[in-house]
Design a protein around this ligand. Structure first.
Ligand code: TNX
Length: 515
């Protein structure tokens, strides 16, 4: 009986490999997200055991240590990281075709080999290995095996270089540990960018030594009037380090010249009339602006950009630029040009919202497209303008990539201004075909946006991102051809036991046949 089952399983796997990923829905294993560029399922498997070593040295050693930290607790195995031996080998190398972030993964009876040309590539291969193991591998307590990995040959690399997730820590503040749990989810699905929205009308969330009241006053509340909070510079550095160890780059955002009430409430001299505003804890946008004509404004921006840039190894600094309804168009253009000079003087490249920063005609900046109004003058036109100005775009259309929008009318959290964003809707779009006139060559990648007006806890973050985040990750990583919702939803269903094992909450959408 068992043999028969095995034969049947192997036959199914072979058929699936032959006819491709859109194959028979019943082939749930190996069900990987994001779908790899190529996957050949083979017969047999490798089982982790007492003798398994993680063989990694040099630049691969930290990835080996990370892999050990994932596997040792649930398996109860020692899994020493050594320079030689057999088990799971992490090797620097592989064909040029896999690029800087890709990997080749081979599993056979004798062991597992992951090749990558960089440590990042090895790290992504490790995420695939993780998904090939039973879901119980995500548990934080010891589980019973067997820890079997099906034999496969995978060659895999990303479609886009920017695969991001944004988190608004300004509307509601989230502490370092919550952010680390969010980073863990990004890593599992091979995302490589964490965009932290560090300031807004309702809160300023990072300590700035030269302007201390930003954090102590501006950070002292949040939406709804709670106590808010802020990261010390050491805490921000810890987030950057935790992300970096997972090959995720942090992009800090100080939203400006609008969305600045928390700063205006902290320092009277930043206001045109010299009077501090009151702290703000409601949901309106577009009512605040930096004082474009005052010299102190640029001293402030320079100090903030300098201090945060010094803590940030990544290339980008996000100046915001969105919803500046209280800044005149001429002032907005003036401000953005000055802000770009400041950002570049501190060695960074401007990132900012579109619609928003195209008002400054900032050659060389990268825009994050957000306005979903397909075909409307203020929406897609701004994206075409940005591209004509020489900007590359990260696609985050609110109608599909905003995970603060409700799934459906029954969702207890979230907003609805961009429409309901079901799991299917969030998966069914293409970043290179969203805006007419903005194609593959203009697009650096994709990003999920998680605004936190209605989100208060880590559970809220998980509920809104799971199960939409894996779909966005697949759009960013996997080839455009050969994917379909009908097949994807089956793979997505197999992720739920993993989320349960790690203790993460998720929305049990009726669109997915959950396991
Ligand atoms: C629009 S998207 C905003 C944010 C809100 C969000 C809520 C963008 C650049 N601005 O200020 O938090 O909608 O969905």
């Amino acid at each position: 009986m068992r043999i028969l089952f095995l034969v049947a399983a192997v036959a199914l796997a072979l058929v699936a490999a032959l006819i491709g990923r859109s194959a028979d829905a019943k082939v749930a294993n190996p069900a990987l997200i994001p779908a790899p560029v190529s996957l050949q399922a083979k017969s047999g498997s490798y089982t982790l055991g007492a003798g398994t070593r993680i063989v990694a040295s040099g630049a691969a050693a930290p990835v080996g240590a990370y892999l050990r930290s994932l596997l040792a607790r649930p398996t109860g195995l020692a899994l020493p990281v050594t320079a030689s031996g057999s088990g799971i080998a992490l090797e620097l190398g592989g064909p040029g075709s896999i690029g800087d972030e890709g990997y080749v993964l081979d599993v056979s009876k004798g062991g597992v080999t992951i090749q990558g040309r960089t440590a990042a590539g090895l790290f992504h291969g490790v995420q695939t290995l993780r998904q090939l193991l039973p879901g119980a591998i995500e548990s934080t307590t010891r589980q019973s095996g067997p820890w079997r990995v099906p034999s496969v040959h995978v060659v895999d690399y990303p479609r886009f270089t920017w695969r991001g997730a944004h988190l608004d820590v300004a509307r509601h503040f989230f502490g370092v540990q919550d952010v680390e749990r969010y980073i863990d989810l990004l890593a599992l699905y091979k995302l490589n960018t964490l965009h932290l929205h560090l300031s807004d009308d309702q809160g300023w969330r990072i300590a700035i030594a030269s302007w201390p009241r930003l954090a102590t006053v501006g950070g002292s509340t949040q939406v709804g009037g709670g106590k808010g909070g802020y990261y010390t510079q050491a805490q921000y550095k810890a987030i950057v380090r935790y992300a970096g160890a997972r090959f995720i780059t942090v992009v800090p955002e100080i939203d400006s010249p609008g969305h600045v009430n928390a700063a205006l409430a902290s320092y009277a001299q930043l206001n045109c009339n010299g009077k501090a505003t009151k702290l703000y804890t409601a949901l309106q946008v577009g009512f605040s602006s930096l004082c474009i004509s005052k010299a102190i404004t640029y001293k402030f921006v320079d100090d903030v950009v300098r201090e945060i840039s010094a803590l940030t190894p990544g290339k980008y600094f996000d100046v915001g630029g969105d919803e500046a309804q209280s800044t005149s168009p001429a002032d907005l253009a003036t401000y953005l040009k000055k802000a770009q000079l400041i950002v570049e003087a501190h060695g960074k490249t401007v990132f900012g919202w579109v619609p928003g920063i195209e008002a400054g005609n900032l050659h060389g900046a990268v825009g994050e497209y957000w306005n979903p109004a397909r075909g409307s003058a203020d929406g897609t036109q701004s994206a075409r303008t940005a591209v004509k100005q020489g900007m590359k775009l990260v696609m985050s259309p609110a109608s599909t990539a905003y995970f603060d929008q409700k799934y459906d009318p029954s969702t207890p959290l979230g907003l609805t201004w961009a429409g309901y964003n079901s799991v299917r809707n969030a998966y069914s779009w293409d970043p290179a075909a969203f805006v007419t006139g903005v194609g593959e060559k203009d697009v650096l990648g994709v990003e999920a946006a998680l605004w936190s007006e209605t989100l208060v806890t880590l559970r809220d973050i998980q509920y809104m991102t799971l199960p939409r985040l894996p779909g966005l990750a697949e759009i960013g990583w996997s080839p455009r051809t050969g994917r379909s919702w009908a097949e994807y939803r089956l793979r997505l269903a197999t992720q739920a036991p993993r989320w349960r094992a790690m203790g993460a909450t998720y929305f049990r959408s009726g669109q997915v046949p959950w396991k």
